[in-house]
Design a protein around this ligand. Structure first.
Ligand SMILES: *Cc1c(COP(=O)(O)O)cnc(C)c1O
Length: 429
């Protein structure tokens, strides 16, 4: 069907035929689980070592060499991996960490648990990642770390971020939860900061159930992270005399051992991950190529030929330009797309963290003041209007299908549905 034909079609919203009538669940199903994954899990159950460490250490070693770092340490989830990473990066009471406001809460909350606090930065309106130009003026003598989150698969501008961090001697803790396998200028994300942590939970791109992992080349950071939330099994690994003397009791008072069943699945997933995300890459780029030039819609992706990629395209989204559609509100645009049979099409992704009450008035630990400022010498809370791009994101991005297979005929139907709605925007106003 040509664009001109589509323009004259009646929207499903107005009683016309739906663009997508069939169920394409097989195209979206994730993670891909084969009998090999099943067998790996059964082997753990039968070996009677569900709480052991052998398979987890094997997974850590293979994950580290896959991503290109010296060491990896597994955790029960990404939140815990980030907590241990912040601790290893030296975040302590009163320290400040610069984090994008537009991210999942677990990029930020572990800092409060360590007695530190957050200074939120705005995002670039197009990449949706932390804007390097909004970082430096937020650095104080209490700033300990910057957390670049490779948001919705898009790599952060690591050259600019690392330059700022080096100049001010602060750590870079990458959150790779959305972007495992993604490249920044040809090099894997998760290899730029002194330490990187990520989720491997069931809906992420690298998915093994409930798990997280951190990676680093820094032996001291690894040992500090291990000492924080692991004990017994890793005592042999410690070389630092002080940490060694504390071994047996985790310094963080929490147990962060990764489940062996997830580790076993991780070993199998790792074998196929690069091929699977290459297929996603093809499919998603096909979808966006079909929508090039469509009014009101822009791809959220890295420029072709830049050497940067979107990894597994976790939680794929598109950018919405209402002005090109006569100011049609994004909610109405999405409603019309849903009527075409794309029932998951909603605006937004995460809530801007700087506006959330937990970062403004929650007194989590009973200090008699909001935890965000309990150990600060100034009120660093950021009111509405202070981070305009982050505040705009919920109204500027919308769901697009996250294809796992490159099936041209079906992808064309989905792209045509968006084009149909965009072309008919005038009739929706
Ligand atoms: C999912 C996620 C996490 C937390 O991971 P869990 O495994 O759910 O604890 C951290 N950061 C980001 C950006 C995430 O999306």
């Amino acid at each position: 069907m040509t664009t001109t034909d589509a323009a004259h079609e009646t929207l499903a919203f107005h009683g016309g035929p739906k663009s997508i009538a069939a169920d394409h669940e097989d195209l979206f199903h994730w993670p891909i689980v084969t009998p090999e994954d099943e067998q790996a899990v059964i082997d753990v159950l039968r070996a009677g070592s569900m709480s052991g460490t052998g398979i987890t250490i094997e997974f850590e070693n293979q994950f580290a060499s896959w991503i290109g770092r010296e060491y990896a340490q597994g955790y029960p989830n990404g939140t815990m991996a980030l907590l241990a990473a912040f601790y290893a990066a030296g975040v302590r009471r009163g320290d400040e960490v610069i984090c994008p406001s537009m991210t999942y809460w677990a990029s930020a909350m572990p800092v409060l648990q360590l007695g530190g606090t957050l200074v939120f930065a705005d995002n670039d309106p197009d990449t949706l990642c932390i804007d390097p130009a909004d970082i430096e003026h937020r650095i104080t003598d209490r700033t300990k770390a910057i957390v670049p989150v490779h948001y919705l698969g898009h790599p952060c501008d690591m050259d600019a971020i690392c330059t700022i961090a080096q100049k001010h001697n602060i750590a870079v803790v990458e959150d790779v939860s959305h972007a495992q396998g993604g490249l920044y200028k040809g090099r894997k994300v998760g290899t730029f900061g002194q330490i990187a942590a990520m989720s491997l939970m069931a809906s992420k791109s690298f998915a093994v159930g409930e798990a997280g992992i951190l990676v680093t080349d820094d032996r001291q950071m690894l040992e500090t992270a291990v000492s924080f939330a692991n004990y017994a099994r890793h005592n042999a690994l410690l070389t630092n005399e002080t940490l060694k003397s504390h071994s047996g009791i985790p310094l963080g008072g929490c147990k962060g051992r990764m489940n062996q069943i997830c580790a076993a699945m991780g070993l199998v997933q790792l074998k196929y991950y690069d091929d699977r995300i290459a297929e996603i890459q093809k499919a998603m780029n096909r979808f966006w190529d079909l929508l090039e030039g469509c009014p009101g819609i822009r791809a959220h992706r890295t420029p072709p030929g830049s050497g940067s990629t979107m990894g597994g395209w976790y939680c794929a989204r598109g950018l919405y330009v209402a002005q090109e559609l006569g100011g049609l509100p994004i909610e109405q645009f999405c409603e019309a797309v849903r009527a075409e049979g794309l029932t998951d099409c909603m605006p937004g992704a995460n809530y801007p963290l700087h506006l959330h009450p937990v970062f403004n008035d929650a007194d989590i630990f009973g200090d008699g003041k909001p935890t965000r400022i309990a150990f600060s010498d100034r009120d660093l809370r950021q009111p509405a209007g202070s981070l305009p791009h982050a505040e705009a994101v919920p109204h500027r991005i919308f769901w697009v299908p996250w294809f796992k297979h490159d099936r041209a005929d079906v992808i064309e139907q989905y792209a045509a549905a968006y084009r149909k709605v965009a072309n008919a925007a005038g009739r929706l106003l």
